[in-house]
Design a binder for this molecule. Sequence first.
Ligand SMILES: NC(=O)c1ccc[n+]([C@@H]2O[C@H](COP(=O)([O-])OP(=O)(O)OC[C@H]3O[C@@H](n4cnc5c(N)ncnc54)[C@H](O)[C@@H]3O)[C@@H](O)[C@H]2O)c1
Length: 387
Amino acid sequence: MSANAPRELRVGVVGLGWMGQVHSRALSRLPQHYPELGVRPRLVAVADPVVDDRTQRAAAAFGFEQVVTDWRELVARDDLDLVCVTGPNFIHRDVGVAVAESGKHLWIEKPAGRSSTETREVAAAVETAGVQSAAGFNYRNAPGVERAKELVAAGRIGRVEHTTVRFLADYAAHPDGALSWRFDNQYSGSGVLGDLVSHAADLARHVVGDLAELVADRATFIAERPEAVPGAMHYERGSGTLGPVGNEDYVSALLRFADGSRGLLESSRVAVGEQNHYGIEVHGTHGAVAWDFRRLNELRTCFAQDFQNASWSTEYVTPESGEMAAFQPGAANAMGFDDLKVIEAKRLVESILTGKAVGATIHDAVVAAETVDAIVASTESKGWVEL
Ligand SMILES: NC(=O)c1ccc[n+]([C@@H]2O[C@H](COP(=O)([O-])OP(=O)(O)OC[C@H]3O[C@@H](n4cnc5c(N)ncnc54)[C@H](O)[C@@H]3O)[C@@H](O)[C@H]2O)c1
């Protein structure tokens, strides 16, 4: 191997469902988008208890060298540098802690544990081991979000007054949506809170800043669902006996940010008509910015006009914003969801190479989990809760 040969990054993946495949794909593509990093990920082993045709085909397509059923066997290997934790929420704490304790770097999906306690345990293990971490807050990585954050920080919309962050989905809107692990707190920890509100809280914090307090409400609209087959994916329907749904479909909250600005958060997994309606709108004294995941490559702006009768413009994000230049040469050449994960992988690899955290880490997952805790506390006390 020549002196300039790329450094190999040996990867294990725990859970080869949707996110396991997205992480694997992101790591495979890393050298194509970021050759200058000088790192070549090698997909070594995957752990998934459901070794069926789907897992086998996926593992073969990605070129994994080994498929095992028990994640402990994977974490015990001494030939891995990085492990992706992309299984259901109930394994995140144990796998995350074990990965860090074994001295491997950690890329963990949100929510990084069923509770803030579990998330803090993963964070403590990462700290103690001195390994690097990335958490799956991919929406941060969109070039349009990066530009929105820069515009807000530069004062282009003046002092922030109020923000709306919405994460609305219909993935559980059908009453026959399978009663998978996502609907049982023993396995998921929470419903739409861990799943989408964690993203919303991180996005608002990333663009505007820390939250200071909130008051919230939550509701479960579909109280029973048909049982799922093992390994059922996110969008599957069930046909078995009906069982109870153990967590919330919907959350709303009023927010007060540390800078004194106000906000509104709304999230649903049962919103008929809404698919990935994820976005943020920030209003300041002199203008506003708005980003919507469904129009990932656009940013709506309203500034440099009078206070009244100002109108919105839509700009296509250009290669000057965020990481877009690594993907497309000019505006309106669309980037997609998977690209955000390539950026997440790039930031984690930068953290590994420099020993200095870049991008969202397990510590951001702790903040998101504490926001979820505050929402739960507020719905129970029916009052404002400080963060
Ligand atoms: N960042 C995002 O935008 C985003 C999007 C979707 C899901 N997620 C998160 O990713 C995680 C996985 O979600 P998904 O949609 O990929 O789920 P999925 O159901 O598609 O995949 C989960 C996989 O984990 C496997 N699994 C189950 N038990 C396991 C165990 N004990 N050990 C190893 N593997 C196990 C399943 O067989 C399945 O293959 C969740 O925590 C979810 O919140 C994040």
